[in-house]
Design a protein around this ligand. Sequence first.
Ligand code: DQA
Length: 144
Amino acid sequence: MKLLVLGGPNLNFLGIREVGIYGLMTYTDLIHDIQEYALSYGIETLFFQSNHEGELIDYLQSHYREIDGIIINPGALTHYSYALYDCLKSIPVCAIEVHLSDIHQREPFRRISVIKDACIAQICGKGLHSYLEAIDRFRKDKQS
Ligand code: DQA
């Protein structure tokens, strides 16, 4: 199984941005831990992060044939990107939406996810473990 882990705007600033919310873990640390966890189950991971909506869409459109699932943290695009929603709906690959923080316990604008309905699940508020749970969900779905 090969999973694409997609990151939206400002995730490259983990460890610098709002450490009280997102912690000190850098994006490189995050990728490392996700990759190790996935590999321990023989799952291959592919990573792409961009601060630009169109680049995320271009990446999905050109790589969806190579992957079995998508773990997406769209950052702030979660709350307003219908273009990303349309893109996820256009491709025949299941996606799980993840967030490090609990978007339901923060500012009102974060409680709305416009991409939620293009995903099979939303996991948030668990830091790195949001991603690891998403991997577990793909593992379980594959077994059943
Ligand atoms: C985030 C939550 C979003 O609201 C925010 O814009 C982010 C990070 C999270 O992982 O908690 O950039 O997706």
